[in-house]
Design a protein around this ligand. Structure first.
Ligand code: SAM
Length: 313
């Protein structure tokens, strides 16, 4: 393949190099902004899954322009951009970088720590897993990245702020939209021209962050933490309790109680199981037990068989 063949095939790849963007993805964010005005007036932004950094470049350019306008109006504060990725990223002036996994609680805490006394106007996430080729698995992992990004967002985004994230438009995408709608009244799905038609990727633009009344962001989401989940720490709207229904009234036997064999007032008669296992896992052990030449100890085999027989389904 010639040096120029990719340039011929992909105009956005070519343009990215010409215009100094680190990746062709820059055009996706620029085109989303043209349509949805997500960068207007933004001063503090977080770029999740940012490497190699073209979205951070776009953010840096636009936030500095916003800053200049504010200075001209006499009240500007320097912009803040935090970029996060699993992979190391070459430095970008004015961009704070964190290397880590956004689904890991420690990374999430590092990002949140950057916004100790302040809040972000915008969180973007272009996260995509390394494609495994197992379609359903790739979609599931991408959805998990989106949920991890949303959870971090609930800690740092100001009310009224915007969240933009890559989403795979696949079978159960409605479930993801429904989760986003809990936090944002406006949820759009966009497909920039620079995103290939052959790709299932699209972008959700979620505006006007409005968490439910009484919602407190927390890190007890099992997706983000390996720490023990203590649901009693969650109260009010933060704790979802679903109805628990016991089937069968008190006259039914309790499955954890031992009853005498004549408990039901009838004389006890043993019955064989209706269907014995066709290929029980202990078959091999039984065969070894029968084999007198083996040095396998009889007592070892009986223990294994006893254990397996006592397993309940
Ligand atoms: N927006 C970027 C740009 O314009 O340069 C391109 C992002 S690239 C499409 C997707 C990125 O997601 C990769 O750099 C990858 O390392 C990152 N990623 C995937 N899973 C991640 C995770 N769990 N935590 C952090 N980053 C992740």
């Amino acid at each position: 393949m010639g040096k120029t063949s990719k340039d011929k095939r992909d105009i956005y790849y070519r343009r990215a190099k010409e215009e100094g963007w680190r990746a062709r993805s820059a055009f996706k964010l620029l085109q989303i902004d043209n349509e949805c005005h997500i960068l207007d007036g933004v001063n503090k932004a977080v770029d999740l899954c940012a490497a190699p950094g073209s979205w951070s470049q776009v953010l840096s350019r636009r936030l500095n322009e916003n800053y200049k306008k504010e200075l001209e109006a006499g009240n500007g504060i320097p912009p803040k951009i935090v970029a996060v990725d699993l992979q190391a990223m070459a430095p970008l002036e004015g961009v704070i970088q964190i290397q880590g996994d956004i689904t890991n609680i420690n990374t999430a805490k590092q990002i949140i720590a950057q916004f100790d006394n302040e809040q972000a106007d915008l969180v973007v996430c272009d996260g995509a897993p390394d494609v495994t080729g197992l379609h359903d698995m790739d979609i599931y992992i991408q959805g998990s990245l989106l949920m991890a990004a949303l959870n971090i967002t609930t800690h740092i985004l100001r009310e009224g702020g915007t969240f933009v994230a890559k989403i795979f438009r696949a079978k159960d995408v409605d479930l993801l939209y429904a989760k986003l709608k809990i936090f944002f009244p406006y949820v759009y799905c966009t497909k920039p021209r620079s995103s290939r038609n052959s790709s299932i990727e699209a972008f959700v633009v979620c505006k006007d962050y409005s968490p439910p009344n009484g919602y407190t962001p927390h890190m007890l989401n099992p997706l983000l933490t390996h720490e023990a989940y203590n649901s009693s720490e969650l109260e009010g709207i933060n704790r979802v309790i679903v109805p628990f229904v016991v089937c069968g009234d008190l006259s039914q036997p309790d499955s954890d109680t031992c009853y005498p064999l004549d408990f039901e007032g009838k004389e006890y008669t043993y019955h064989d199981p209706v269907q014995t296992p066709i290929a029980p896992p202990y078959e091999e052990a039984l065969a070894l037990l029968e084999n007198r030449d083996t040095d396998f100890r009889r007592s070892d085999v009986s223990v294994v068989v006893d254990n397996m027989n006592s397993m309940t389904i």
